[in-house]
Design a protein. Structure first.
Length: 202
């Protein structure tokens, strides 16, 4: 049995979470999903909402406060829980959107889930635009400044097909990490995201 490890998710201007898990595959996926916002150390004085995810037979138990959930897809279950419980700092307005930078200006793309926001963001970033965020745009209420939230991109299989058709291929390396979600499989790294797959049962 694996030893439990606690990771700390501290995304900008929003609720922070501590995630304790005994599953090393899930730990890897969490690190890929949240990138630099997931660390081994807590920040002094920051409050964390606790989540414990442990392997249980062929599934996982996810303990969130007094609530216990059972799931076969813990990363998706945690994302869902986080979306339901996250609170944003009063300083910002949060939008479900993607954003890139060009010439010192932010370009924000608002659309429903699955419409291609992340695919467009990946395409523009591969062509020299600055990456701001692919999922949650944070805008300062007073200055209208857009704050970066540069977690790794997550692309659906259709997004990969669209990028390939548009000529974005593995020979266009960038310093950007892309996650490709296909049920429980993930492809990582823009330099080799067309060829390297990490498959796991989590």
């Amino acid at each position: 049995m694996s030893l439990s490890k606690t990771l700390y998710l501290s995304a900008p201007y929003q609720t922070a979470y501590s995630i304790t898990t005994d599953n090393s595959d899930l730990e890897k996926l969490l690190r890929m999903r949240y990138g630099r916002y997931l660390t081994d150390e807590s920040e002094d004085g920051r409050q964390y909402r606790s989540v414990v995810i442990s392997k249980y037979r062929r599934a996982f138990n996810m303990q969130c406060g007094e609530k216990l959930y059972r799931t076969r897809v813990p990363l998706r279950a945690f994302d869902s829980y986080m979306l339901k419980t996250v609170e944003f700092d009063d300083k910002v307005i949060a939008f479900h959107a993607s954003a890139v930078e060009c010439g010192g200006k932010a370009y924000v793309f608002l659309a429903r889930s699955g419409a291609g926001k992340t695919t467009l963001c990946a395409y523009l970033t591969a062509h020299g635009f600055g990456y701001i965020t692919e999922d949650c745009v944070l805008i300062d209420r007073e200055t209208l400044r857009v704050y970066p939230y540069t977690a790794p991109l997550r692309l659906r299989p259709g997004g990969i097909t669209a990028l390939e058709a548009a000529g974005v291929t593995a020979d266009r390396p960038r310093s950007l990490t892309i996650l490709v979600s296909e049920s429980d499989s993930f492809k990582v790294s823009i330099a080799d995201y067309l060829s390297r797959t990490l498959s796991t049962d989590v």
